[in-house]
Ligand binder design. Structure first.
Ligand SMILES: [Fe+2]
Ligand SMILES: [Fe+2]
Length: 437
């Protein structure tokens, strides 16, 4: 037994009592694991060979502290790892699972799933079935684009249930979240402490006017994974400052990525869609911001959102494919059986849409000639009476590819557009900005 193990009671707890286990990558050679466990389950062992877990990481209570249950909640930050390496780990006497540090810069060959608006499997049985489907695909990580638990509607038990339900994948694949309105807009019944406290995020950023509970920090974040720069975006604030500030920061991150030969693609993800014909339509403010970024940065090719409980992919808008995937388990579609959408037929920019529980699968690869690509599909989950497509669970619909970046507007074009924006508030698509900075 390692000397420290005795001090932290590492091997003394009941077998496998820890739950709500999930992890994030926090750098090229660092991950953080979060869980709920007994006072004795306050550390984990890890190593690169199964059954030989010589490393020891002692956990601490996270800040802010989640309040959905008594816990105790634990967070173990593990640095000094090897890059691009699979590790095996065990909490207490629990079973071995694995975490993996990100691929080397510029590397490819990984699979990501995205889903939003998930809830828990007691309230929404389809949520649990979908998480099982995702786990069976063994993705590298999951982008969870907000409205994670609906604890504000279904009670604090629903928060804990969600983090147990996602263990269908979250012990072996990283859980990378963005925040949705249900995480903060009803502070009498739930607030961001339950979420900011449960995750350690890479390159965390603070938004102006963020909700007081859980303040301050981890409102959004970014990370590089292989050949892709992923940038989360925050929830809007009443003053509009959170998105204006994000746009300024995103420009810097995208300028850096554009000049970096190891970055092939820029992907953003957050809760609210910029383009949506579902029951929550796209935000014109966000649309103007992203249209402008798309005109500037040729590597910016994909934005992923939730909020509207449906799946919808756009044709490229200023080079960006926008995908709404608010289909993680809660009820889907609008109430009108003749048209589950805000508009029927679809708007011209809507390339493919469906009312159906499911998730977005994204495979990132590089061909032998060095060309990077993204192959995506909507993976059907279990059926519901509201569906407007027919498929079997696990079947792929809407297969599509993004094979390269796009050509940004010329410098002269950008200067002209900047002038129009500063003087008249006219944006990249010729619209008047709804919320000028
Ligand atoms: Fe939602
Ligand atoms: Fe939402």
């Amino acid at each position: 037994m390692p000397p420290l193990a005795a001090a932290v009671g590492l091997l003394c707890g009941p077998a496998g009592a820890a739950d709500e286990i999930h992890w994030t990558f926090t750098g090229p050679a660092a991950v953080t694991v979060d869980w709920r466990g007994t006072p004795e389950e306050n550390a984990l062992r890890y190593g690169t060979e199964p059954g030989n877990l010589a490393g020891l990481a002692v956990a601490a209570p996270p800040t802010p502290l989640p309040f959905s249950s008594a816990g105790p909640f634990w967070e173990a930050r593990i640095g000094g790892l090897l890059e691009d390496t699979v590790y095996f780990y065990s909490i207490g006497n629990g079973p071995e699972h694995r975490f993996r540090t990100p691929p080397l810069r510029g590397g490819s060959g990984f699979v990501v799933f995205a889903e939003g608006d998930m809830g828990d499997a007691v309230t929404y049985p389809r949520m649990g079935l979908l998480q099982d489907l995702i786990g069976a695909e063994h993705p590298d990580f999951i982008l969870a684009v907000g409205d994670l638990t609906y604890g504000n509607e279904h009670g604090q038990d629903a928060v804990d249930r969600h983090f147990n339900d996602v263990m269908a994948w979250s012990r072996d694949a990283a859980y990378m979240p963005a925040w949705g309105n249900h995480e903060w807009e009803d502070p009498e019944h739930d607030d961001p402490r339950n979420y900011k406290g449960r995750f350690d995020l890479p390159n965390p950023r603070t938004s102006p006017d963020a909700p007081a509970a859980g303040c301050c920090g981890e409102d959004w974040y970014w990370f590089d994974y292989g050949n892709v720069r992923f940038i989360a975006y925050p929830e809007p604030s009443s003053s509009g400052a959170s998105w204006t500030e994000w746009a300024t920061q995103a420009r810097m991150l995208m300028t850096d990525a554009e000049a970096d030969p190891d970055v092939d693609f820029i992907v953003t993800f957050g809760h609210r869609p910029a383009y949506s014909s579902g029951h929550h339509v796209g935000s014109s403010t966000l649309r103007d911001i992203m249209d402008d970024l798309g005109a500037r940065y040729g590597k910016y090719v994909l934005n992923i959102a939730g909020h509207s409980h449906d799946y919808e992919r756009t044709s490229p808008q200023n080079g960006i494919v926008h995908i709404t995937v608010g289909t993680g388990g809660t009820g889907v579609g609008g109430d009108d059986a003749a048209c589950r959408w805000t508009t029927c037929p679809p708007p011209s920019w809507s390339a493919w849409r469906a009312v159906r529980t499911g998730a977005l699968r994204l495979a990132f690869s590089t061909a032998p000639d060095g060309k990077a690509r993204i192959d995506g599909a909507f993976v059907c989950g279990p059926a519901s009476l509201r569906d407007d497509v027919t498929c079997t669970a696990g079947q792929s619909l809407d297969t599509f590819s993004i094979e390269h970046g796009h050509t940004p507007q010329s410098a002269i074009g950008r200067i002209f557009r900047d002038l129009m924006f500063r003087i008249f508030g006219i944006t990249a698509n010729g619209r008047r900005a709804a919320n000028r900075p």
